[in-house]
Design a protein around this ligand. Structure first.
Ligand SMILES: N[C@@H](CCSCCCCC(=O)O)C(=O)O
Ligand SMILES: [Zn+2]
Length: 403
């Protein structure tokens, strides 16, 4: 592999995806910056773009250095209604956050020939039954801010209801640039049971150029859901690029509510963090599934993104700058003073290691009761509110709800 660091010769926009090339996404921001003391959990609003730009810039730079070809604007949960609801930003407006976040992402992306994605996400208004016009007006406000800045494409991310994501795509598409759309759903479908394949069809018909999954579930489950989306598109005779930006946590027991349903969410997820070697397996699985935009979401740190870049170095033809301080498959351990650590220098050891959690009294999985609705959606008991939402929406009779 010719190790060209920072390939600035990339054409912009979708050209690389159209050419079948791999685009490495960035990782998670709000959870990472919460752990660093710059984001308040709960509402997770991104005022740090104005209050602590140095913290956002540094994390974006680390993702770039790890090989990210896209830097998403730090504008997650930056809808006016979310900001008002949070009470976190009485003296900072959504426009100020959007402007600062766009400038930061552009500044960092230009340091390494990366693209900037202007991101919008789900709104509290939608679940409060806001009308289509009211919800679309919220996305339009963010779009107007983005259009004043130098953005390469738009990202519609972290939607649990495909209906709301379709509205977001329809608005962002009026911005005249490519639109990527990712849902945070399980293989069982969205919050109302719309199957992943149908979700993908609706998103592409709304104008999405890239469709996929982000957040809520572990890497391999998210790849499985994107495969279902791909099948749905193929059945409908539709085409779109595929993307996946999963959690950096193991969540084998989760389903429709994802990691938010777990007892460990959000402050005790550490034992579930995936290793860089899990990421190698994920990146290869995603690539083999035909997914070409491969990144991460909550829990994905820069070293995880570097592992995507290293697993796909042959396909990309280069390694990222951060690999100058790493070595493929731990060969750097050959220099260790301890012979038993030296002996771990190699793929065989790390690829087959089953790492212990170090917590003898802890269960390997959370124990929560799920209610299976109509035999296909399992809703964790603590999420019965969403069960009744589904019941109301789809008039499920009592006797059809199996424990
Ligand atoms: N692009 C965003 C995605 C965040 S995904 C969701 C995290 C919050 C979940 C919740 O509302 O509890 C980021 O990287 O922070
Ligand atoms: Zn996330």
């Amino acid at each position: 592999v010719q190790y060209v660091i920072y390939s600035n010769q990339y054409p912009t926009g979708l050209k690389r995806l159209d050419a079948g090339e791999v685009v490495v996404g960035d990782g998670g921001y709000v959870l990472q910056l919460e752990r660093r003391g710059y984001v308040k959990a709960g509402h997770w609003t991104p005022e740090a773009a104005v209050e602590h730009p140095e913290a956002v810039r540094q994390l974006e730079r680390e993702f770039l250095r790890a090989g990210a070809d896209v830097i998403q604007t730090f504008t997650f949960y930056c809808s006016e209604d979310k900001l008002e609801l949070s009470g976190n930003v009485s003296n900072i407006t959504g426009a100020q956050i959007n402007n600062a976040a766009c400038d930061l992402a552009r500044e960092v992306a230009d340091e390494g020939g990366a693209l900037v994605a202007g991101g919008v996400s789900q709104t509290p208004l939608y679940v409060k039954k806001g009308s289509e016009n009211e919800v679309k007006a919220i996305f339009k406000k963010q779009l107007d801010d983005f259009l004043k800045k130098d953005i390469d494409f738009f990202m519609v991310e972290y939607f649990e209801y495909v209906g709301e994501a379709v509205w977001a795509v329809e608005v962002m598409k009026t911005g005249g640039k490519p639109v990527g759309a990712t849902l945070c759903i399980s293989p069982d479908g969205d919050r109302e049971g719309v199957p992943p394949g149908e979700c993908a069809v609706r998103l592409v018909k709304a104008g999405a150029d890239i469709v996929g999954i982000n957040c809520h579930l572990d890497p391999l489950t998210c790849v499985r859901t994107v495969k279902l989306m791909k099948e749905g598109l193929e059945k409908a005779g539709l085409k779109a690029h595929l993307m996946v930006q999963p959690l950096g946590f193991h969540t084998p027991e989760c389903n429709i509510g994802g990691y938010v349903s777990l007892p460990e969410y959000p402050f005790a997820l550490e034992t579930r963090i995936i290793t860089r070697w899990d990421v190698h397996k994920y990146a290869r699985e995603a690539y083999n599934a035909g997914i070409r935009y491969i990144g991460g979401c909550c829990g994905f740190e820069p070293y995880h993104i570097r592992a995507i870049s290293e697993e796909l170095a042959e396909e990309r033809g280069f390694l990222p700058p951060a690999s100058t301080k790493h070595s493929l498959w731990a060969s750097t351990l050959e220099t260790h003073t301890k012979p038993w650590v030296k002996a771990r220098a190699g793929r065989q050891y790390w690829e087959n290691l089953l790492p212990a959690s170090g917590r003898p009294k802890c269960p390997s999985m959370a124990t929560f009761i799920s209610i299976r609705v109509l035999g296909h959606i399992s809703v964790p008991l603590m999420e019965t509110s969403s069960l009744w939402e589904i019941k109301k929406e789809t008039s499920i009779d009592e006797h059809l709800v199996e424990d």
